[in-house]
Design a protein around this ligand. Structure first.
Ligand code: ADP
Length: 493
């Protein structure tokens, strides 16, 4: 293929091997789309204890059996194994170092509920090991695509420690920010443990008296992208959403791109979803079997005419659960049912636990991570609620559209870019959108949705309209390729 690019894709989670949120969906489906377009794309991620070598058929790679990584005075002997993303030919290298990645959890120790105390060392080692691995493979990437703070030290390392290394002389870097609120911020005392002793190297890395991996990447990557056009603009203009990094982003404004995430419809489509009873836009009545199955699983009474609202989410402040807490009784009094699947902050576990106990016929809660149930909730609910305070892209509203499960969302980030309000635009609307971050505004949108739900003919029109929208990866992957090519040309000049 002409213009075939060598792309090294880096992430701390990739579905189905390891997933805590939407990042893993993107880091699996974007490389698959790039591969299908003919590019040479390879992924490197950590080998967490929870990743089964047998299930995913991890194989040893002779030249990667011993990868020495120096951090300060300590030499760590790591290794890497390889496998493919299931049902694809995308190669994944798993960086194996048990002292740092042997745990089952990714970032937060579920035993303590706190971040692992050595997260700075863990992900700095990952970045150093990635560059060592690439050299051992004798495979020179034209672009290294980093994702979030965990791999954001790569451009920094290339600028500061590998500046004279001819191996990477023609390598450009792109840093994708999936959520600016997570930055990898650590006390300065970690520096010697990261192998950083040179004072002139640190200004790119420090902010507010702390070491900040994301800032380091934002300062040194050749380009920066984020996962929706609206979020790209919000983080540069909104003091709260810029999460303390506004000055850095303003400095880099000419190099920031907003590219909307896509959906992997081979995983998220009601016609071919292994976890649900199949249906499609011409066969919407068959969706009802999923509503029955979901209410049964949730131990809620089944009634076709009671709107069932689904939520699948990390239970964190970002997602707007304080709005739900304020009006939970009023939601119930709309004669609606709510099924929640999620894990996260203990306060939200308590909130939903209590709500489920108070309203056993209306509210059911599953406080766990369950991929299969996430699919059933998409298929079995009538509506899907995402009242996020901010949302870099959001995937579930796009999944919901495809499942004929009408999204009710706040107008922010990727939610604003993907859902059209039925009240304001009855001829185009595919969901319900509210703007003000206030429980009354959310309740008003819910009331509108419930009213529309009871107008059955109109409702199926809204459902079908959503099911037709195409967010497949192809368009987004093409935007990434254009950006990679632009960086590659610039580097070679
Ligand atoms: P974020 O990346 O902020 O978590 P997104 O909407 O971009 O939000 O992506 C969330 C992804 O994680 C979706 O694929 C969603 O189905 C999945 N998810 C979140 N929580 C759970 C859970 N408890 N069980 C199963 N899947 C979950």
């Amino acid at each position: 293929m002409k213009n075939r690019l060598r792309i090294l894709f880096l992430a701390s989670e990739v579905s189905p091997f390891a997933k805590t949120g939407g990042l893993a969906d993107v880091t699996s489906s974007l490389p698959k789309a790039l591969y299908e377009m003919g590019h040479d794309v390879r992924i490197i991620m950590p080998k967490y204890g929870s990743i089964s070598e047998r299930r995913y058929i991890l194989r040893e790679v002779i030249r990667l059996k011993k990868i020495p990584v120096l951090m300060g005075k300590t030499e760590h002997i790591t290794c890497a194994k390889s496998a493919f993303i299931p049902d694809s030919k995308v190669q994944v290298y798993f960086l194996d170092y048990t002292p740092y990645f042997g745990h089952n959890d990714l970032y937060v120790d579920s035993k303590t509920g706190k971040d692992y105390p050595d997260n700075a060392e863990r992900f700095m080692l990952l970045c150093r090991a990635i560059l060592a691995t690439t050299k051992l493979l004798h495979w020179q990437p034209q672009v290294i695509h980093c994702n979030d703070w965990q791999t954001a030290m790569i451009p920094w390392l290339l600028k500061h420690e590998f500046a004279d290394d001819t191996f990477f002389a023609n390598t450009s870097t792109l840093l994708s920010v999936h959520n600016l609120a997570y930055q990898g911020s650590f006390e300065k005392s970690v520096l010697p443990h990261l192998g950083i002793s040179n004072a002139h190297e640190t200004p790119d890395l420090e902010i507010y008296g702390r070491v900040n991996f994301l800032k380091a990447g934002l300062m040194t990557a050749d380009a920066i992208s984020t996962v929706s056009p609206t979020y790209a603009s919000e983080i540069q203009n909104d003091d709260e959403l810029s999460a303390g990094l506004k000055d850095v982003l303003v400095q880099r404004k000419d190099d920031i791109y907003g590219i909307l995430n896509g959906v992997d419809y081979s995983v998220w489509s009601p016609e071919n979803d292994a976890f649900v009873s199949p249906y499609n836009a011409d066969n919407l009545d068959d969706k009802l079997a999923n509503k029955k199955a979901l209410t049964q699983k949730a131990k809620l009474p089944f009634d076709e005419m009671t709107p069932l609202i689904g939520i699948v989410s990390r239970l964190v402040d970002q997602k707007g659960f304080d709005l739900i807490a304020e009006v939970i009784e009023k939601i119930v009094s709309l004669k609606a049912q709510l099924v929640v699947l999620g894990t996260g902050d203990k306060k939200y576990h308590k909130l939903f636990d209590k709500a489920a106990k108070s309203y056993p016929d209306n509210i059911a809660v599953f406080l766990k991570f369950d991929e299969e149930l996430a699919h059933l909730i998409e298929a079995g609910s009538d509506m899907f609620l995402m009242p996020s305070r901010f949302e870099p892209c959001g995937l579930n509203q796009m999944y919901s559209l495809r499942y004929g499960t009408v999204p009710i969302v706040r107008k922010t980030g990727g939610l604003a870019d993907t859902v059209i309000d039925f009240v304001q635009e009855p001829d185009k609307g595919n969901g319900f959108v509210f703007e003000e971050y206030h429980s009354n505004a959310m309740l008003n949108a819910l009331q509108n949705a419930v009213k529309a739900f009871h107008d059955r003919k109109n409702w199926s029109k809204i459902q079908r309209r959503g099911m037709k929208v195409d967010f497949s990866w192809h368009n987004s992957a093409e935007s990434y390729v254009k950006l990679y090519q632009k960086l590659d040309v610039k580097k070679r000049k």
